[in-house]
Design a protein around this ligand. Structure first.
Ligand SMILES: NC(=O)CC[C@H](N)C(=O)O
Length: 384
């Protein structure tokens, strides 16, 4: 049922089909056309712009469980990359009005301009229950009112397992990053003094991670996903950062090999999300596909050493199997949702990593203290 005061109320139709045959009829609120992907859900109450532009969502259609989406519009600063990477968007209700002092476009106009197919007005609670109980599914959104093409497209989607998507979304050539955090009144800053040089693998890196590294005094060279360990060492960095990114970590063979060589050589290494999974694989552990993953902005993660709990943003569908971590690795963080591994460190090398996204809030916040730890590690090596 379309509500008369809904921003989706007068729009043309769209259909979401799941591979199991379930159909949802709603309104088209993005570009006309069709899209397919893995259907996942995110429980964040806000942050839809960051979610859509996070390259880790490549080939995934994101359902937002929060029912009222679009109310703060889209602005020029909060994108995590230059474009939308999510394969599509599913929401309950599109806000009629966008109201925010930074808003420069409506969500619907932004989706249309970016060519993103999106559906609103469906029962996202029912959809989320289906995914939570039965696991993630392949699906498709098709604008119009014929369910057959949507079903066919959903069933034709190839899936995420074995897909090295990091290479597809990565930069083609190395580049320098010197932008620091956004501040009200001043906008983004430019780095003035850097005492450390970080080589950052771009597997689909979010801009705010790079800003936070820059905030910590790191001059950053962003590198393509396929960069070899030898090419990294030729830059003589103080440390290496392995970014977040889309797809199956086990498919990132070259990056796993580069991470292994860099860690064994004693280079300080810090990984987030896909980077964390790649480090685990490089240490000899295995990763597994989760039933429906962790995607949201309030996932509690405990630091086992201090007992402190950080509220983290999460976006992952694969996880490191803690039981497979070798003896030279120690678990440092666990999820208080389900006990899953959220961080580990090498006992014999300066290397550690984190599954979640500690940097997700705008500005220089890092509740888990990870960026400081990376900086300390690099400074210790500089002074050794
Ligand atoms: N945010 C990420 O880096 C995601 C990592 C990986 N693609 C996963 O789904 O688990």
């Amino acid at each position: 049922m379309k509500h008369p005061l809904s921003g989706s109320g007068t729009r043309p139709g769209a259909i979401l089909a799941l591979q199991d045959g379930t159909l949802f009829y709603g309104a088209a609120v993005g570009a006309p056309g069709r899209t397919s992907g893995e259907i996942v859900f995110n429980t964040s109450m806000t942050g839809y712009q960051e979610i859509l532009t996070d390259p880790s969502y490549a080939r995934q259609i994101v359902t937002l469980t929060y029912p009222h989406i679009g109310n703060t519009g889209i602005n020029a600063e909060d994108g995590e990359s230059a474009r939308v990477h999510a394969a599509g968007l599913v929401i309950r209700d599109l806000a009629l009005l966008a109201s925010n002092f930074r808003s420069s476009a409506s969500l619907a106009d932004f989706l249309a301009a970016q060519g993103v197919v999106a559906i609103a007005g469906i029962d996202t609670r029912k959809l989320t229950r289906l995914l939570r109980d039965g696991g993630v599914q392949h699906g498709a959104i098709v604008t119009g009112d014929d369910p057959q093409p949507a079903l066919a497209l959903a069933r034709a989607f190839g899936g995420m397992a074995g897909a090295d998507l990091a290479r597809l979304v990565s930069t083609q050539a190395p580049y320098r990053w010197d932008q620091t955090a956004w501040r009200r009144g001043g906008g983004f800053g430019r780095q003035q003094h850097a005492h450390l040089h970080v080589a950052a693998f771009d597997f689909g890196v979010k801009s705010n991670i790079l800003r936070m590294l820059a905030e910590c005094g790191c001059r950053i060279t962003v590198l393509p996903a396929a960069t070899s360990a030898a090419e990294v060492l030729a830059l003589a960095p103080d440390g290496v950062f392995l970014s977040n990114g889309p797809g199956d970590p086990a498919a990132c063979g070259d990056a796993i090999e580069a991470a292994r060589i860099l860690m064994e050589g004693g280079m300080p290494v810090f990984g987030i999300c896909l980077g964390h999974q790649i480090m685990a694989l490089a240490c000899g552990a295995s990763t597994v596909k989760m039933k429906f993953g962790h995607r949201g902005a309030n996932h509690p993660v405990q630091d086992l050493a201090s007992g402190k709990v950080a509220i983290t943003a999460q976006n992952h569908g694969f996880a490191v199997d803690a039981a497979t971590l070798p003896a030279n690795c120690r678990v440092t963080h666990v999820s208080l949702f389900d006990g899953s591994l959220q961080g580990f460190e090498r006992l014999d090398k300066p290397a550690f990593c984190f599954q979640g996204h500690p940097e997700a809030s705008p500005g220089p916040h890092d509740m888990a203290g990870l960026f400081d730890r990376f900086v300390t590690m690099m400074e210790e090596r500089q002074h050794a």
